[in-house]
Write a protein that binds this ligand. Structure first.
Ligand code: FDA
Length: 392
């Protein structure tokens, strides 16, 4: 049996942060993870450059039964606190759109920084260690593993969500919460491509690889940004953002020419180039394959001079208001995050401790806090891990 002050389940962003902070406070910390390497999602995030935070932290950027719950931890360990750590480690960063901060170099450097901090804090990490059972007895929490039991009066659950099972995601954190009588909000994939069926799928597949700036609206929220047609349906940043707000069976509306007036533009072109084909004229403002697809779908191909104003208005409406019902999402296989998780009303926002179970904490993605695309999810992992690390 190995005794510690704190056992942490999961060596992802949240678990590593909690371990570093608890170790710096002199706690004997053991981190257990069934994966072969720590911080695997950090390594692959942001296309290998890790969008590690966002400068615009506010409750509206999070989905949860209670998005404001996240603000306590986010206010105590802010994006600037994380940036200061990176600077101290000699790591650079660059700002992309809308306050999104990415590593200047490889995300591997960030994982290496965390491992250096973990070792300096004196915490012990056991990888390739599956968790068999978690129980509570007179000596504290007891975590059974093939390496023998680990026992501590404090347990931090940082096992992440369900997305990308191939990378080690499991439902362990939710099971532990339920075993200890905590409420868990149903989970569904978030920041995930949408899939299409039937004729829509054939159209998307024929357009696979075409990308453009567009707007996508669900009944709950609209997003403007990149949209990409794929062999399965729709992807790209705007679609991923919208997917977190989309529910099965709902229609989404695409605006393929946001802020533009295609009918007006085409009328002006018709006056100058009446012999130009409509799809070619439209391709001045849209990707060529998409322009041809929309014109064909509306049954409007012909020379501009033969196209009526009413037909141009119809085309305009088709571009601004393409309403379709996705078949579903690509699911856990490709989802970047998990919506739902351990209910926030079961936890203390300052310490991430379970209100009903002294010594038990939940941090990171396993909690019912899900950020938008753009660095919000990792900042939640850093901040919640930091907050628990101060309390254990
Ligand atoms: P995380 O999933 O990182 O860690 C959980 C750990 O627990 C893992 O190491 C796992 O092996 C371990 N574990 C799970 N079950 C276990 C079990 N049964 N036994 C033992 N160990 C177990 N966010 C962002 O802000 N910016 C970005 O650029 C990106 N990009 C991005 C790309 C892709 C492809 C994905 C999938 C996700 C992102 N994200 C992101 C989301 C972000 O990576 C994610 O929200 C955080 O890494 C979550 O950190 P956690 O520590 O909570 O869980």
């Amino acid at each position: 049996m190995t005794q510690a002050d704190v056992v942490i389940l999961g060596a992802g962003a949240a678990g590593l942060m909690a371990a570093i902070e608890a170790g710096r406070r002199g706690r004997r910390v053991i981190v257990l993870d069934h994966a072969r390497a720590p911080g695997e999602k950090i390594r692959i995030s942001g296309g290998g450059r890790c969008n590690f935070t966002n400068l615009d932290m506010r409750a509206e950027r999070f989905l949860s039964e209670n998005p404001r719950f996240a603000m306590s931890a986010l206010g105590r360990f802010t994006p600037w606190d994380f940036i200061a750590r990176m600077a101290a480690a000699g790591l650079g960063w660059e700002e992309k759109a809308e306050g999104q901060l990415f590593c200047a170099g490889s995300a591997r450097n960030l994982v290496a920084m965390l491992m250096t901090d973990l070792n300096a804090a004196g915490a012990t990490l056991h990888l390739s260690t599956p968790i068999e059972t978690v129980t509570h007895g007179p000596d504290g929490f007891r975590v059974a593993t093939p390496r023998g039991p680990f026992v501590a009066p404090r347990l931090v659950v940082a096992t992440g969500g369900r997305s990308i099972p191939k990378m080690g995601a499991s439902g362990l954190g939710y099971r532990i919460a339920q075993d200890f009588g905590l409420r868990v909000v149903d989970q569904r994939p978030g920041l995930v491509p949408l899939t299409l069926g039937g004729g829509l799928l054939s159209r998307a597949a024929a357009l696979a690889g075409v990308s453009l700036q567009a707007e996508i609206a669900t009944p709950h929220r609209r997003f403007r940004g990149g949209l990409l047609f794929t062999h399965r349906g729709l992807s790209g940043p705007a679609v991923l953002q919208a997917s977190s707000y989309w529910h099965e069976g709902e229609a989404v509306t695409l605006d393929l020419a946001p802020g533009q007036r295609p009918a007006e533009t085409l009328r002006a072109r018709r006056a100058e180039h009446p012999r130009q084909m409509l799809s070619r004229a439209l391709a001045a403002d849209l990707p060529e394959r998409l322009a041809a697809d929309i014109v064909a779908a509306e049954g409007l191909e012909g020379r501009l001079g033969t196209i009526s104003n009413a037909a141009l208005d119809r085309l305009d409406a088709a571009l601004h208001r393409w309403s379709l019902v996705p078949q579903g999402t690509e699911g856990w296989r490709t989802a970047e995050v998990t919506l739902g998780g351990v209910a926030t009303d079961a936890l203390d926002g300052r310490t991430l401790a379970a209100r009903k179970v002294p010594g038990l904490h939940f941090v990171g993605e396993v909690v019912d806090i899900t950020g938008w695309l753009g660095g919000y999810n990792l900042q939640w992992a850093w901040s919640s891990g930091w907050a628990a690390g101060q309390a254990v």
